[in-house]
Design a protein around this ligand. Structure first.
Ligand code: BES
Ligand code: ZN
Ligand code: ZN
Length: 463
């Protein structure tokens, strides 16, 4: 799948674009010449977020332009404030004029690149009308790499299950591995039983497109980081079939794998000094006479037995076998990302990435990083006293505790049972979908937590 890579424009003749905070807007307007002032006043430009001002020159071209930056309070209500005004700027190439600090300009520049994302695989989309010259003092190649990683995540999620089944997800991983000379190994179909991934096989066996485990490795020195992503290419719910309304968006149930592949792309393109492993159990949760059933008891790779009380709680099953493998070589850090529960969506909504981790240093590193890259996360508890909820008695574990109390927490606790040797384990229960257009995030698939994680890695892994 060709990846459109968002890049900065290169020109010496860009239109200057002033970023104007609301509280200094009056002063800024007063500094303009009289005709420009009059024009700005007539246009109602007040420096509010989403406002754009364009001052024409004598030839009808654009002499200069401005976007509002709002008040501090308004800026807290949203992210990517410059991007919010892009629909109101005329076509052209712009260059920021601003005394905002480099970190802020970097985030705003990233928002601009992320706004230019288009999903054009099935229908032509009009390309972005506005381009940005990389602001001085920012790490432009890094921002382009981050935007390209995010574009990959979005493309993978947006592609419907008809073209993004387990074989296609494998192909996407192979393409990425090839681009960065990573090694990749894939175990498919009944071979999953031979090499002991029984739960990945059980969940995926009902589908025509065979289940598989994708195992990619890159880098040969430095701390070991293993990313595990839920790759349920479509989640019908299985025999516990989802009602139509709940099934409607389930092409995005491989959002965790899309996120870890996007993050892996960022890590490899930046050449971070670490040993990366990416594990993706890729399956379709389908309905067929050979589908796994409620009350089946599966023996996992780790040996723990699991009673199936809902075939729709399939993500934790495929992840459990992948996590057990990840844990076998005790990396420095395991991170799983998954569209795991509807409960997470109910708890925090589509904008926040809920995550679980016991290590408080990692919490600090991630929270600081998240704030600096406009990728909000929210810590949830691995609440050990809830462990009995996932213990059915008849088997070691229950995949779908009755009552549904703390659904995201019990799912996270379930996963944690499969990581017993690795010192640090972090899990994200993401939504992976932007429900309506927002600045830098058009409606559709979206990465969550990836930019925050990337920014946290130097501290987290002492790179
Ligand atoms: N893929 C879903 C979770 C999901 C649903 C994520 C909607 C985002 C939006 C997952 O496989 C699932 O169906 N989980 C069940 C678990 C339950 C049966 C214990 C859920 O959350 O309802
Ligand atoms: Zn499900
Ligand atoms: Zn699912």
């Amino acid at each position: 799948m060709p990846l459109t890579q968002p890049t900065f424009a290169q020109t010496d003749t860009a239109t200057p674009l002033t970023i104007v905070p609301e509280d200094t807007c009056a002063d800024w307007l007063a500094s303009l010449d009289a005709p420009a002032q009059k024009w700005a006043e007539a246009s109602g430009f007040a420096g509010k977020i989403g406002q754009a001002l364009v001052v024409p020159d004598m030839d009808g071209g654009v002499q200069m332009a401005a976007v509002g930056y709002g008040t501090e309070a308004d800026r807290k209500r949203a992210r990517f404030h410059v991007a919010a005004a892009l629909p109101r700027l005329p076509a052209g190439i712009y260059a920021f004029h601003s005394d905002l600090d480099a970190e802020t300009l970097e985030t705003e520049a990233l928002g601009w690149l992320l706004s230019s994302y288009r999903f054009d695989r099935y229908a032509e989309q009009s390309p972005s009308r506005v381009q940005l010259v990389a602001p001085e003092g920012i790490d432009a190649p890094r921002i382009e790499i981050i935007a390209a990683g995010e574009a990959l995540t979005r493309d993978l999620i947006n592609t419907p299950a008809s073209d993004m089944g387990p074989p296609d997800l494998e192909a996407a991983a192979r393409e990425l591995a090839e681009e960065f000379s990573a090694s990749i190994d894939v175990t498919t179909g009944d071979d999953l039983l031979t090499v002991n991934f029984p739960m990945i096989h059980a969940v995926g066996r009902a589908a025509d497109r065979a289940p598989r485990l994708i195992d990619m490795r890159w880098g040969d020195a430095g701390p070991k980081l293993t990313l595990v992503g839920k790759g349920v290419c479509f989640d019908t719910g299985g025999l516990n079939l989802k009602p139509g309304a709940s099934m409607g968006l389930m092409k995005k149930d491989m959002g965790g794998s899309a996120a870890v592949l996007g993050l892996a792309r960022m890590i490899m393109a930046l050449g971070l000094p670490l040993q990366l492993r990416v594990l993706i159990p890729a399956v379709e949760n389908s309905v067929s006479s050979n589908a796994f059933r409620p009350q089946d008891i599966l023996t996992s790779r780790k040996g723990l037995t699991v009673e199936i009380n809902n075939t729709d709680a399939e993500g934790r099953l495929v992840l459990a076998d992948a996590l057990a493998l990840a844990d076998e070589d005790t990396p420095d850090l395991i991170v799983s990302m998954a569209t795991l529960t509807g409960a997470a969506r109910v708890a925090v909504g589509p904008d926040l990435a809920p995550y679980y981790v016991d290590d408080l240093q990692l919490v600090t590193a991630l929270e600081q990083a998240a704030a600096s890259v406009a990728d909000p996360v929210w810590r949830m508890p691995f609440h050990t006293p809830y462990e009995p909820m996932i213990e059915p008695g008849i088997a070691d574990l229950d995949n779908a505790p009755k009552g549904g109390f703390a659904g995201s927490i019990t799912a996270a606790l379930f996963l944690r049972r499969f990581v017993t040797k690795t010192p640090r384990y972090m899990h994200f229960d993401i939504y992976g979908w932007q429900p309506s257009d927002a600045p830098a995030r058009p409606k559709g698939g979206v990465g969550q937590g990836t930019r925050a994680l990337l920014a946290a890695l130097p501290t987290a892994l002492k790179l």
